[in-house]
Design a protein around this ligand. Structure first.
Ligand SMILES: NC(=O)c1ccc[n+]([C@@H]2O[C@H](COP(=O)([O-])OP(=O)(O)OC[C@H]3O[C@@H](n4cnc5c(N)ncnc54)[C@H](OP(=O)(O)O)[C@@H]3O)[C@@H](O)[C@H]2O)c1
Length: 280
C-alpha cells in the first residue's frame, strides 16, 4: 500500500494544485483544512479539519500520515508559533517526512522579514528529527502584476535590483515530484527560481505588453515606501514585510537563478510572459 501523503493548503493555489496532481495519479491523500466545507473533492482524498494553531486537532488530522506537504500559512503576527505548533503535532502523530514551502534566502537575519519566519520554521523541523525537504521559493511570478497600485505603478525601494521570481505552477510540479518519492529528497533544500532575473522596470514592461494594462515601476526611498503605505493602516510587522520585499530585491538577495525546476521536473522553468499567458 502507498504511504499516506497529507497536503495542507488544499483550498489555496499551491496546495490545491499539488493535491489535484497527486490524486490524479492515484495516490491516497489526507487533506487537513481549516473549513471542511471548502475542502476540494478529489478521488482517494479524505479531508480533516484543523488549523496549524490547534495542536490536538492537527494530531488527529495527521494520524497515519507518512509524508506531510506543509504549505506555509498566510502571513500573520504569530505565524511562526502556528507553524511550530503544527510541526509538533506532526511529530506527535508520527509523521516521517515533512516537505515545507520555505523562502529563497531564508535566514535569521534575512532582509525580507518573512524570510526569518521561514528560517525559524525550518530550524524547528530540523530539530524535530523528522526527515525533511525544503522548497525555498523565490517570490511568485504570478503575484508581480498585483504589486501595481490602482494607477498601475509598482512602487518600492527596489532600486535597479533584480528578481528571479518563480511560477507557482513550477513550485507545484516540483512539490509533486518530491512528494511522490520523498525519501529520495530527504535532507535536501531546493532553491526554486524562474529562468531569468528581471528588474521591476523590466517586469512592468512585460506585464504591460502581455496584459494590455499600462504598468510602470517607480523607485522609492525606504522612507517614502513606509509613507506611501501608511494609509492602509497595517500593523508594523506587515509594513516591514511589504517594504522589505523591495529592499531584498535592491540588495540582490533574490536575483540568483537556479536550474532546480528543470533539474527536478525535466521541464524548463516558466517565465513571466508564460505565466501571464496561463501556459501550463
Ligand atoms: N513566494 C511568494 O511570492 C508568496 C506569495 C504569497 C504567499 N506566499 C506563501 O506561500 C503560501 C502558499 O501560497 P498560495 O499561493 O497557495 O496561497 P493561498 O492560495 O493563499 O493558499 C494558502 C493556503 O494555506 C491555508 N492556510 C493559511 N493559513 C493557515 C493556517 N494558519 N492554518 C492552516 N492552513 C492555513 C489556506 O487555507 P484557508 O483556505 O482556510 O485560508 C489556504 O489553503 C502562502 O500561504 C504564503 O505563506 C508566498
Amino acid at each position: 500500500m502507498d504511504k499516506l501523503i497529507a497536503v495542507t493548503g488544499s483550498t489555496g493555489a499551491i496546495g490545491g494544485a499539488t493535491a489535484r496532481i497527486l490524486a490524479a495519479s492515484g495516490l491516497a491523500l489526507r487533506l487537513p483544512v481549516r473549513d471542511l466545507g471548502r475542502a476540494p473533492a478529489l478521488p482517494g482524498a479524505t479531508a480533516a479539519e484543523c488549523s496549524y494553531a490547534d495542536r490536538s486537532a492537527a494530531v488527529t488530522a495527521l494520524e497515519g500520515v507518512h509524508t506531510l506537504f506543509m504549505v506555509s500559512a498566510s502571513e500573520s503576527k504569530d505565524r511562526v508559533e502556528q507553524h511550530l505548533t503544527f510541526v509538533d503535532a506532526a511529530s506527535e502523530a508520527g509523521v516521517q517526512h515533512i516537505v515545507y514551502t520555505s523562502f529563497f534566502g531564508a535566514a535569521p537575519d534575512a532582509t525580507f522579514t518573512l524570510g526569518r519566519d521561514h528560517w525559524a520554521t525550518e530550524e524547528h523541523i530540523r530539530r524535530s528529527g523528522i526527515a525533511y525537504t525544503f522548497l525555498r521559493n523565490n517570490l511568485y511570478l504570478d503575484v508581480l502584476q498585483h504589486f501595481a497600485d490602482d494607477d498601475g505603478v509598482i512602487r518600492g525601494p527596489a532600486g535597479n535590483g533584480r528578481l528571479a521570481a518563480v511560477a507557482r505552477a513550477d513550485v507545484v510540479q516540483v512539490a509533486a515530484v518530491v512528494l511522490r518519492d520523498a525519501a529520495a529528497h530527504a535532507g535536501n533544500t531546493y532553491e526554486l527560481t524562474g529562468p531569468t532575473a528581471l528588474t521591476l522596470a523590466e517586469a512592468a514592461a512585460i506585464i504591460s505588453q502581455e496584459t494590455g494594462r499600462e504598468v510602470t515601476y517607480r523607485a522609492e526611498s525606504v522612507g517614502e515606501a513606509y509613507g506611501s503605505r501608511q494609509h492602509f493602516g497595517a500593523p508594523d510587522w506587515q509594513l516591514d514585510a511589504w517594504v522589505s520585499t523591495y529592499t531584498a530585491i535592491a540588495e540582490g538577495g533574490l536575483a540568483r537563478t537556479t536550474t532546480t525546476v528543470q533539474d527536478l521536473t525535466g521541464q524548463p522553468a516558466l517565465d513571466l510572459a508564460q505565466v501571464l499567458h496561463g501556459d501550463r
